[in-house]
Every structure is written in structure tokens, then in C-alpha cells.
Design a protein around this ligand. Structure first.
Ligand SMILES: NC(=O)c1ccc[n+]([C@@H]2O[C@H](COP(=O)([O-])OP(=O)(O)OC[C@H]3O[C@@H](n4cnc5c(N)ncnc54)[C@H](OP(=O)(O)O)[C@@H]3O)[C@@H](O)[C@H]2O)c1
Length: 280
């Protein structure tokens, strides 16, 4: 699979396999094994998903060489703060059965128990990220669900600019201003929940025409939309046939008019996630 280069010259595969809401042990382990055998080499995890041991088991049983995988995890909200990060990372490494992470992210910018001072909280948390990065335990570091002001807080006060921002991007939520800011600051965007609008957008006559025109499913069109915006989609399924479908997106191109349609599409049900609310 092709890769995108991060600010530190590390390579990240341009499509990832997600593991959220995948806590049925058998489905999770088999899902990870299937995803790897189908060709996914980029796996997105999080401590908050409470399934890192299962994902680690799937990776182990797949037999793939660790160096052929790109593994991301995220810091749980309750473990923000300089003193807690190292222990959290150690636990995640143990669960995933590895001694380094390719990418580690702050999951949410505003969390409970910090007296509303997310600025200091994020800077202190990030200081621990920087140390683990310099030690080589975290090969790349980034954030998730950060707005421009959250990013500026780190960029203006810390040594290392986040290399990745993992946010929601799909037709209905394109986040243009944030996207431009990330491009200007050499921050690669990963898109979570790229298939969220699949049911509603499938009803659009224009999308039905596109399926015919490109010979692709709606899921493939949505994933390709993200790729063509230079964001890295992360997609989750427990079904092998859907994994095969979701990875078959590198042999066609959505034309400019159809990209415009997706970029302009809006629907009341799809809003940017609230990242001002303190998360537990
Ligand atoms: N940073 C964050 O705050 C955050 C938030 C959300 C997610 N994430 C990460 O991003 C990953 C992707 O987001 P997501 O889990 O919402 O993924 P998604 O791929 O947008 O949606 C997953 C859902 O779509 C279904 N699906 C998958 N492929 C399909 C296909 N070809 N046709 C029809 N339906 C299909 C899946 O069902 P089946 O499994 O039944 O196939 C599942 O219900 C997560 O797994 C997680 O790793 C991060």
C-alpha cells in the first residue's frame, strides 16, 4: 500500500483498519487477522476501546512481522498529565504485544478533572509524549479531535508540532478551515468514521449514478473521497468481504464534479463532534 510521509519522514499507509466498538473477543481477533491477510498494514487502536489485548492477539496470530505494520494507539482521557503517560504507554505496549508504537495520539483535547485548564493540561501531557518520542518508544506523535486553537496551544508552546490530527471527515463534515491549517503546518489528517453517512448518502440519485459510472460501492466512493482530499481514512468492519471491498479503492479516481458534490453535501444528522465538552 502507498504511504504518506509525516513531518519526521516516517511513512504511514494511506488507509487504516479501525478497531472501535470491536469488543467481541472472537470477532475482534478474527477481524484483525482477516484485515491483515486482506492487506491492511495500518491498525488504529485506543486504550479507551478496551480491546487492545484482543487486537494484540489478532496481530500475533496473523504471523505478520511487526516491522510490516503501522500501529497507532491513543491516550485515554483519564490518563492526561505528564506523570501518567509513560505508564499508560507501557500498558498499551504490553497489551498489543509490541515494544514501540508507530503513532500515539492524545485522544481528546478537553478532559474532566483539569479545572477547565485544557491549555496547561495538553502542554504537560504533550511534554511526556515528546520524551517518549525522543526515546524511540513512540515513532511518531499526534493528536485527535483537536481544533485550530488546541493545535496552536501545542505548536506555540511545545518543541514538537503534532504530526497527525485524527478527526471526523466525510461528506457532511469536511472541516475545511481546520484542514487548511493542518496542511499549512505539515500535520497529516486521519479521517475517522468515513462511512458514517453511508445510509443517507446512498439515497441520493447522484450517488446511485456514481456507483454505475465508477463501478464502485458507496463505501468505496466514501473512502476514495477522503483519499483524494489527502486525508487517511480509517475504516472498521468485522466482515472479510467488506474488508476486501474497502481496500479496493486504489484503481479509480472520482472526478472534480463528483468531488464537489460530496464536498457540498450536507445533512442535519452530521455535525462536527463537540470537542469543547469535558470528556471523561
Ligand atoms: N479519534 C476518535 O475520536 C475516533 C472516533 C471514532 C472512530 N475512531 C477510529 O476510526 C475508526 C473508523 O471509524 P468507524 O469505526 O466509525 O468506521 P467506519 O468504517 O466509518 O464505520 C464502521 C461501520 O461501518 C460498517 N461498514 C464497514 N464497511 C462497510 C461496507 N463496506 N459497507 C457497509 N457498511 C460497512 C461497519 O459494520 P460491520 O463491522 O458490521 O461491517 C461499522 O458498523 C474506528 O474504528 C476507530 O479506530 C476514532
Amino acid at each position: 500500500m502507498d504511504t504518506v510521509e509525516l513531518a519526521n519522514q516516517k511513512q504511514m499507509p494511506i488507509l487504516g483498519y479501525g478497531t472501535w466498538r470491536n469488543d467481541n473477543p472472537k470477532e475482534c481477533i478474527e477481524g484483525v487477522k482477516d484485515a491483515i491477510s486482506v492487506g491492511f498494514t495500518h491498525i488504529d487502536c485506543a486504550s479507551a476501546y478496551e480491546n487492545e489485548e484482543l487486537v494484540g492477539q489478532g496481530i500475533k496470530e496473523s504471523g505478520i512481522d511487526r516491522t510490516d505494520l503501522f500501529i497507532t494507539s491513543k491516550l485515554r482521557n483519564s490518563a492526561h498529565g505528564y506523570t501518567q503517560v509513560r505508564k499508560e504507554v507501557e500498558e498499551t505496549l504490553e497489551k498489543l504485544g509490541t515494544d514501540y508504537l508507530d503513532l500515539y495520539l492524545i485522544h481528546w483535547p478537553v478532559v474532566k478533572g483539569k479545572d477547565g485548564d485544557w491549555q496547561t493540561d495538553n502542554r504537560e501531557t504533550w511534554r511526556a509524549f515528546e520524551e517518549l518520542y525522543e526515546e524511540g518508544i513512540l515513532k511518531s506523535i499526534g493528536v485527535s479531535n483537536f481544533s485550530i486553537k488546541h493545535l496552536k496551544n501545542l505548536i506555540n508552546h511545545c518543541k514538537i508540532t503534532p504530526m497527525v490530527n485524527q478527526i471526523k471527515v466525510h461528506p457532511g463534515i469536511v472541516q475545511n478551515e481546520l484542514h487548511e491549517f493542518c496542511v499549512e503546518n505539515n500535520i497529516v489528517i486521519q479521517a475517522y468514521s468515513p462511512l458514517a453517512p453511508i445510509k443517507d448518502i446512498s439515497k441520493e440519485p447522484r450517488v446511485k449514478e456514481m456507483m454505475e459510472k465508477y463501478g464502485k460501492t458507496v463505501a468505496q466512493l466514501l473512502l476514495r473521497f477522503d483519499l483524494q482530499k489527502d486525508v487517511v481514512p480509517l475504516t472498521k468492519t468485522v466482515h472479510r468481504s467488506r474488508m476486501e471491498e474497502n481496500i479496493a479503492i486504489f484503481d479509480f479516481e472520482i472526478d472534480a464534479d463528483d468531488m464537489d458534490f460530496f464536498n457540498q453535501w450536507s445533512h442535519a444528522d452530521y455535525q462536527i463532534p463537540d470537542n469543547e465538552r469535558e470528556r471523561g
